[in-house]
Design a protein around this ligand. Structure first.
Ligand code: SF4
Length: 342
């Protein structure tokens, strides 16, 4: 049996084309789009505004939500990880990370990851495949309608490297942003990259002003290449140059993510290098204490070490936020839970 196609991969114009192609009026597309994105209807039976034969025709060809909930894991700090099964038995794992009155969600864009950063759980099981635009959109729909979360921000971060699946990620962002559907503001969405330079260049041309954050994790090519093999292909000087071009185009803002790993990238020397890059890019730094992964030999720094690193940056007039790594008790670092199942 051929696999049903997920309807959430269609933007409104594509839906209109589909309905026209099967001899239905284009306004049916609007009814379906609004049913999915404004009312959270995941079952064709709910579309009582459509004639029954049309509902049957749609159900034979499409599925609305391709994600099946497998497991949830809740942390004492409020973080909730959702593990969803894809049709062929692979897994994705969006994470809800509440902070004060904000409810950000971290979305997966690939199953596994090709980039094999030394400290990360997602790379451990290798790369399986890109998620479709619909599978990315469905993560948002499930959190909103199935679990009732009023999401305030979306971060395209992990599992996977969003700029390695750029066309599907951009399509998903357009669908999520569409004012006729979810109407989620582009400024509340952030793409986080390990430093895929062609993707950063492409993002510069993207019509919606989403935020960009770049994972730096070291200010020297030597250590960065050890931690993030992608640095051998796109070394720091080129990456910083591409980021500079990016912020020059239309006054876009940039954040640098820095995972602090004990006795590895937490020296004053690293802080000075990071401060120089941040100042050049007028970027804010997000410091995150490493969340240990059982199979990997890296440790979390003490709180005092995080504060010390933060102070070194602030002394150099860099704006720093310290993000608590959340959900340490539920394996919330990207890819950890799915890795157990994959
Ligand atoms: S940190 Fe990001 S880019 Fe690196 S292996 Fe993990 S998911 Fe991939």
């Amino acid at each position: 049996m051929s696999r049903l196609q997920e309807l959430t991969s269609f933007n409104l114009e594509e839906l209109q084309d589909f309905f026209k192609s099967v001899g239905e009026p284009a306004y049916r597309a609007r009814q379906v789009f609004e049913g999915i994105y404004q009312r959270g209807w995941f079952d064709f039976a709910a579309f009582t505004n459509l004639p029954l034969p049309l509902r049957e025709k749609l159900a034979a060809k499409f599925v609305i939500d391709p994600l099946q909930l497998e497991q949830t894991a809740s942390s004492a700090d409020g973080t909730v990880k959702y593990l969803f099964r894809l049709p062929e038995g692979l897994f994705v794992e969006p994470v809800l990370i509440p902070a004060g009155d904000r409810k950000p969600a971290c979305l997966s864009t690939q199953v596994g990851c090709k980039f094999r950063c030394a400290f990360c759980a997602s790379g451990l099981n290798g790369f399986k495949r890109n998620l479709t635009a619909g599978e990315i959109v469905s993560q948002v729909l499930s959190l909103k309608f199935q679990f009732g979360h009023n999401l305030t921000n979306l971060v395209f971060m992990g599992m996977g490297e969003p700029l390695d699946n750029l066309e599907n990620v951009l399509k998903a962002i357009r669908i999520i942003n569409d004012e006729r559907g979810l109407n989620f503001g582009a400024r509340r969405m952030t793409i986080s990259t390990a430093g895929v330079i062609p993707g950063i260049k492409r993002l510069k041309e993207f019509e919606l002003q989403v935020n960009l954050s770049i994972s730096i994790h070291s200010s020297t090519d030597r250590l960065r290449s050890r931690l993030m093999p992608i640095n051998k292909k796109y070394p720091l000087p080129d990456l910083v140059g591409a980021a500079e071009d990016y912020i020059r185009s239309g006054g876009r803002q940039l954040t640098l993510e820095y995972i602090l790993i004990k006795d590895l990238n937490d020296s004053r020397y690293e802080a000075e290098g990071l401060a120089a890059i941040a100042r050049r890019l007028k970027a804010k730094v997000n410091l995150i204490a490493y969340s240990p992964v059982p199979q990997l030999p890296y440790s979390r720094p003490e709180e005092a070490e995080v504060v010390r690193f933060q102070r070194w940056l602030e002394e150099r007039r860099v704006k720093v936020t310290v993000r608590q790594s959340k959900g340490v008790d539920i394996a919330a670092a990207c890819g950890q839970l799915a890795g157990k199942f994959q």
